[in-house]
Design a binder for this molecule. Structure first.
Ligand SMILES: [Zn+2]
Length: 106
């Protein structure tokens, strides 16, 4: 997938979800939730999965911050590569604009 195609699908999904949240009962939200295949790499020192490239399916976040936990050390992974065919350096945002993570990091 190309980066612009993904960004367009992502935007459309969030807009549709916003409408569903405003108009449908909660148990009917997101019946076909968008997700993206990516390569996640944990960089935690001492983690047995550190530097391994793990194939993951990441749920589209409504707040724009993608959430992946390492299965070995249970820490947030901030290196999530969606493997766009036209932008190999792009990483999914895994922190809020203020730099904070979505989990408390120790
Ligand atoms: Zn880890």
């Amino acid at each position: 997938m190309k980066k612009e195609e993904f960004l367009s699908l992502s935007k459309a999904f969030r807009e549709r979800m916003q409408v569903e949240i405003e108009t449908l009962p909660e148990d009917e939200w997101g019946s076909d939730w968008m997700s993206t295949d990516a390569i996640a790499t944990c960089h935690t020192e001492g983690c047995s999965a550190s530097e391994m490239h793990l194939r993951v399916s990441v749920a589209e976040p409504l707040d724009g911050v993608y959430k992946v936990l390492c299965g070995m050390c249970s820490r947030a992974i901030h290196d999530v590569d969606p493997m766009f065919e036209d932008d190999e350096d792009f990483r999914l945002p895994t922190r809020y604009p203020d730099g904070n993570s979505w989990v408390v990091e120790t």
